[in-house]
Write a protein that binds this ligand. Structure first.
Ligand code: SAM
Ligand code: SF4
Length: 334
């Protein structure tokens, strides 16, 4: 283990990083239009980090102050035996929280095992309550399986369960209240994520983003007035609200209308072991090269520290200076 422990991953803007998002695969069983193209060349399996390699990176990262990990992808449940990775991570000293972001399609089969393995949190993506629109946005006809997956996660005892919907102007407006009602009915927490420029077709434009403020208006008219929650974590990306009638909560990830770069506490590792200090990074650090050529834990720790030290101020989506990364969302790990 590295000799310097708990020094903390603090960048040149004073941001302390405790949150690591780990992509376990770039493959997916959906083809969401905002995330990937219909036809795409996936990584050869040998290039993808093994569970043992992921566990080693996480172990080293926890010595630097990482205490939360979220498994993502691509679709993480396409990775065979994912609960085994959760089990490996659950005993890493210093790791207090393991989460998963999934499209829910394979969840009915895995929910119970994931929970038993030590998974604490689960976010499931669902952009619409309409089967036809689901097929239009994901290019697959799997709406029912996602609903089954959500209900299975509830049955397995996950709480809270967050439902993520990407908010796209011209697509999402009619679904805002329907999704929020579905979440309330089932005791789930709805979270709307403003559409970000990480799509395959590079079709993103600011005009295509449905903003948090507009969704709040729709929800206040369609459900009940909203107020910010008292326990709002200033470092969390979501703006959390609760309905004043006490029926539940709803969150917004307002990456475009209210960027939260100045409180960012996240780093990411791609399925093939590239460390990215920002979702929109244009540069990466190759941790797999270190892992597979006999690099020491100290060398891995130094590479992580160097990457964090070099982190830029923020993504600049709202300026002409913004450059969309080559990678699409599915190959970064959202
Ligand atoms: N396949 C899993 C899923 O869909 O939940 C995990 C990976 S997916 C890349 C993680 C999250 O990123 C999902 O909630 C998805 O909706 C979101 N996402 C993907 N592309 C996005 C984009 N261009 N803008 C905003 N959110 C996006
Ligand atoms: Fe797959 Fe998730 Fe991307 Fe949709 S958002 S294509 S489910 S990785």
């Amino acid at each position: 283990m590295p000799t310097e422990t708990r020094a903390g991953l603090v960048d040149s803007f004073g941001r302390r990083h405790n949150n690591l998002r780990v992509s376990v695969t770039d493959r997916c069983n959906l083809r969401c239009v905002y995330c990937m193209p219909e036809n795409v060349a996936f990584l050869p399996r040998a290039e993808v980090l093994t569970f043992e390699e992921i566990e080693r990176v996480v172990r080293v990262a926890t010595t630097l102050g990482i205490d939360k990990v979220r498994l993502t992808g691509g679709e993480p449940l396409l990775r065979r035996d994912l609960p085994r990775l959760v089990e490996l991570l659950a005993v890493v000293p210093g790791l207090s929280d393991i989460g998963l972001t999934t499209n829910g399609i394979l969840l009915a089969r895995e929910a119970r095992r994931l929970r038993d393995a030590g998974l604490a949190r689960i976010n499931i993506s669902l952009d619409t309550m309409d089967r036809g629109k689901f097929q239009q946005i994901t290019r697959r006809d799997d709406f029912d399986r996602v609903i089954e997956g959500i209900l299975a996660a509830k049955e397995a005892g996950f709480h809270p369960i967050k439902i993520n919907a990407v908010a796209i102007r011209g697509f999402t407006e009619d679904d805002v209240v329907l999704l929020a009602r579905f979440a309330l009915e089932h005791g789930l927490e709805m979270r709307f994520i403003e559409y970000m420029p990480l799509d395959a077709g590079r079709l993103w434009e600011r005009e295509k983003v449905l903003f948090a403020a507009e969704m709040i208006e729709l929800l206040e008219t369609g459900i009940a007035p909203l107020k910010p929650t008292a326990d709002q974590d200033p470092r969390a990306p979501a703006l959390d609200y609760e309905y004043t009638d006490g029926s539940g909560r709803v969150g917004f990830i307002a990456s475009v209308s209210r960027p939260f770069c100045m409180s960012c506490n996240r780093i990411r590792i791609t399925a093939e072991g590239k460390l990215r200090n920002c979702l929109f990074s244009l540069e990466e650090t190759d941790l797999r090269a270190l892992l597979r050529t006999g690099g020491s834990d100290d060398q891995i720790a130094q590479a992580v520290r160097d990457s964090v030290a070099a982190k830029w101020e923020g993504h600049e989506i709202n300026t002409a200076r913004f450059i969309q990364p080559e990678r699409m969302m599915h190959s970064i790990g959202g």
